[in-house]
Each structure stands twice: as C-alpha cells, then as structure tokens.
Design a protein around this ligand. Structure first.
Ligand code: ATP
Ligand code: MG
Length: 501
C-alpha cells in the first residue's frame, strides 16, 4: 500500500460570481508525480492555493500525511512541508541567489548575518540540486526565467518541503531549461518528495506523470494512473469533453503582395543583418532558442528598440519607426509575452481591457460609447470562450489562460494590419489553443499579416505558413511549412547549424 500524502474531501471554493471548486475529492500518493490538468478556469490554481494556505476552502477537508490541516498562510503551509512555485514567479529580483535561497533562514554569527556562511551554504545547496551552473552571487533579475525558477525550487528543497507544487513551470522555459527541470524533478522524486505538477502541455504530462487528475469547470472528473495506454486524445476528451484537431497544416490565405519588407536591419548586438518579407495573408513564425533575437526582432519592428541600420518598408513605402506610437499609427500591434508587466491592466475589468488599445473607435462626437465597448467585449468573450463571471470582472481575478485571451482580444479589437505576437498561446488550454490559431488564420484571411514568435514546435508547425529560424541574432534559415519544414531541420537551424534551403 502506498502512503497518502494528500487527501482532499468534499472541497468547495466560491469566489464572487463563480464556484471555482465544487465538492472535489481525490488522493495524492506520497512520492509520486501527480499531474493536474484541465481547461483554463477549471480550478487548478485555486486548488493549489488551498493546499498552500493562500486561500481557505469554504467546505471540505484537507489531510496532509493523514493529519487534517487548515493552513492560514503560505508560511504555515511551508512549515508543514508544502511549497509552491507559482505561475508567475515571486522571488526578490534585485537580490542575489544566496539571499533568495535562504530568505527564511539566514545563517548568523554573533547576532549578524554570516555572509561567508551564507555563500558556502548556498553553494552546497545548489550543488546538491545538481545546479552547478548557477552562481550564488548572481542577481536574480539577470538570470533567465528558467534559472530563477530552479532557484525557487532549490529553495523549497532546502526548506525540506515534502510536497512541491509546480504551477505551469515550463510555460516560459527554453528546451534546455525544461530538461534541467525534468532532472530536478527526478532528483526530488528519488528523495521521496511528492510533486504536484500543473501543465497544459500534454506531451509533458504523459512523460512525467505517475498519476493524472482531470478537473473540469471546478469539478473532479477522474484520477487515474498513467501507463503506456494513456494517450493525449484521452486526456483531451476528459478535459474538453470532445476531440480537438491538433495537426492542421496551413491553408491558402497567403497572397502575392508583400506587406512588410525588412532589409538588412541590425540592432546593437541583438540583431544582425536581418532580411525577410511578410506577405499579405501570411502567418510567419519566428523560431529559435531563448536569446536568439526572436523577441528583440519584434521589439525593433515595434519601435521599442532602435534599428541601427537597414530599412523597413510597409506596402512598398519606406517607414521609420522610432517608438510604439509611430508603430501603432502604421497599423502595427504588438502582443508581448509578458502579459502582466507589459500587456494588461490587471486592476481594470474585462471590458475596459478589451477596449484599451482602441479607445478611438468607441468615440462618437467626442463621447465614449459604453454600449459599444460592452458589445465588443461580449463578442470576444464569446468567440474565445473567455471564462469570466461578467464583463465587469477584474482581470486580476481571471485564471492565467483567460488573461491571455483578454490580452489577445485587446489587440485584435485595434484591428491592426500587422500583428506582432510573442508566445500567443502560453498558458492556454488545448481547446482554446486551436481556437486562437483559427482566429489568427482569420486575421490573415482578411489580407493582414501575422508575425509570431513561439517556442513550441508543435504550435509553429500547426499555425505558420513559413518559419524564420534565428540563432545568435541572425537568421539561419527560412522554411516553407508545406515543403521544407521538419522538426529536425528546425532544431538544427535553431542551434546554429546552417544549411542551404
Ligand atoms: N480571487 C478571485 N476572485 C474571483 N474569481 C476568481 C479568483 N480566483 C480565481 N477565480 C475564478 O475561479 C475560476 C478558476 O480559476 P483558476 O485560476 O483556478 O483556473 P485554472 O484551472 O488555474 O486556469 P488556467 O489554466 O487558465 O491557469 C476561474 O473562473 C477564475 O476566474
Ligand atoms: Mg492557473
């Protein structure tokens, strides 16, 4: 008999206007990797918040190693051995690794912090976790998101967490970082740590899980052990209640006219001699590893970064774009990958956010029409199946994936000619992913252009007509999806191996 690490019985959690969890009950075995899956808004993060003491259940009980618990705060949960790495990281970005790792327990000597001891201890902790490549004195902000995440996990291990919860840990990681994370998970498992893992990447769930639990609309659907017979399709059916088409090679919306022509632009060290064109009706992907210049390319086109050489033409006319306001005037829209920092007004409601990038179109005779704002928001909420209690719900209270959909709606409302988009479906569930791809295709079909960065190969393969592959600030290849695009080709170009295409 396996021991039970966590037993949930009859858990119900209500928020104003929604029941986030309804009478949920299941068990998590000690020492297993237990994956939690479900559509955006299914209640996964809410469940985690209850386990971690961030919120308390309205009904039901939680047992931790056969003892009933009710955590009033995250600190209390951590003292009992439950630690979480959240969807959005929560470390002290201006401080160094050592401080972050030991924030709850600095070594002291004679009443003052013993820095020598702190750095020595940190080195040991990092080595123990197989993180030799992380320097104890690095400032968090200067590390990649993936490395910051490793530090957070190492910190939980250092605090002897017996249950480690990861809420969509890989959604912002590069492939190399994902491998590192898997190693760390295997290491924790060996040490008997119980791991709860939330992800929308079903391949990853099939790879990691011992047991899988599916939630749907706040209800428990099923908990079952993963084995060789478990398939992605099965999971999707449990999650969505229907089949979702994954592989739809691209359609015939690409026209002959060039919409955007980029000729030999460079930007400092980040971009070197970039040339390509975007046709009307085309979805052009940009692939490459983190640091390859993918995001910098979008930033330069949108005027956030200065192009130090080269020319940009829009429909044949040379343009100068020095700032985002000029970019917007030329019909460009940019959806960043960092929705919290750069995209959304979290303390505003859904309809205000959807309207935020296109205020002008709601005015008549100088007055803003709130009816128009609401009607437009309603359209997108229905089209993208945004799960919200009402159009007046604050965006900060939406689930992660639903926030992403609001951000998309905001920029689609602005009716751009060229849409620059970074990681369009990060954190979005399988069903909605397919819907967003269809929406992007719909935009292209109107004769517009989409330039899309994605670190998910399946997404690039499914959604794009052509793909630009970048490495160290240069383009190493441009592949046509219908002729030349294979996973192997893409990966080799992304790691700097050039070939003639
Ligand atoms: N503080 C809050 N106030 C109001 N509603 C909330 C709050 N927190 C969550 N909700 C609602 O509870 C439901 C479940 O949200 P939750 O964040 O648990 O979903 P999720 O399964 O993690 O989704 P995702 O995959 O998008 O991250 C959603 O409808 C969400 O809008
Ligand atoms: Mg969530």
């Amino acid at each position: 008999m396996m021991n039970t690490a966590i037993r949930l019985t009859g858990i119900t959690k209500r928020f104003p206007g929604v029941v986030a969890l309804k009478n949920v009950g299941f068990e998590i075995h000690s020492g297993e990797v237990h994956c939690l899956v479900g559509e955006n808004g299914a209640g996964k993060s809410t469940l985690i918040k209850l386990l971690a003491g961030v919120e308390q259940p309205d009904e039901g009980t939680i047992e931790l190693f056969e003892k009933q618990v009710c955590f009033r705060s995250p600190e209390e949960a951590l003292r009992a051995g439950v630690g979480v790495v959240y969807q959005e990281l929560s470390n002290f970005v201006h401080l160094d690794v050592a401080t972050n790792l030991n924030a709850n327990d600095f070594p002291q000597k004679g009443g003052v912090i013993d820095y020598h001891g702190l750095y020595r201890r940190t080195r040991e902790q990092l080595d123990d976790c197989g993180l030799k490549y992380i320097h104890e004195k690095s400032i968090m902000r200067e590390l990649s998101l993936g490395t910051q995440q490793m530090v957070e996990i190492a910190s939980l291990i250092g605090q002897k967490a017996r249950v480690v919860i990861l809420d969509e840990p890989t959604s912002a990681l590069t492939e190399v970082e994902v491998e590192k994370l898997y190693e760390l998970i295997a290491r924790m498992k060996q040490q008997g740590v119980t791991i709860i893992y939330i992800s929308h990447r079903l391949d990853e769930v099939l790879h990691l899980a011992d047991t899988i639990t599916v939630l749907k609309d706040g209800e428990h659907v099923i908990t079952f052990p993963r084995d060789e017979t478990t398939t992605k399709q099965m999971l999707v059916r449990f999650m969505v209640g229907r089949d979702v088409e994954f592989d739809y090679r691209t359609s015939q919306t690409v026209q002959k006219d060039v919409l955007l022509a980029v000729d030999d632009i460079s930007s400092g060290e980040a971009l070197k001699n970039i040339s390509f064109s975007l046709q009307k009706g085309e979805i052009l992907g940009i692939a490459g590893l983190e640091g390859s210049g993918r995001t910098e390319l979008l930033e330069t086109l949108f005027g956030w970064r200065i192009a130090t050489a080269g020319t940009i033409r829009l429909e044949g006319k040379p343009v100068r774009i020095h700032n985002p306001i000029q970019a917007k005037k030329h019909g460009l829209a940019y959806i960043t990958k960092d929705r919290k920092m750069l995209g959304l007004f979290l303390k505003q409601d859904v309809k205000t956010n959807v309207a935020a990038a296109s205020e002008q179109s709601y005015k008549s005779a100088g007055l803003v029409s709130y009816q128009k704002i609401a009607a437009n928001a309603k359209h997108y909420v229905e089209a993208m199946r945004i799960k919200c209690a009402s159009l007046s719900q604050l965006v900060m209270n939406l689930s992660g994936g639903n926030q992403q959909k609001v951000l998309l709606s905001m920029w689609l409302s602005a009716d751009p000619k060229i849409l620059l988009i970074d990681e369009p479906t990060r954190g979005v569930d399988v069903g909605a992913k397919a819907e967003i791809h269809a929406l992007l295709r719909g935009i292209a079909a109107e004769g517009k252009g989409v330039l899309m960065v994605s670190s998910e190969l399946p997404e690039i393969m499914a959604a794009c007509d052509r793909v630009i592959v970048m490495f160290e600030g240069r383009i190493t290849g441009i592949l046509d999806n219908n002729k030349q695009l294979t996973e192997e080709r893409l990966v080799s170009l992304a790691s700097g191996m050039t070939e003639v295409c």
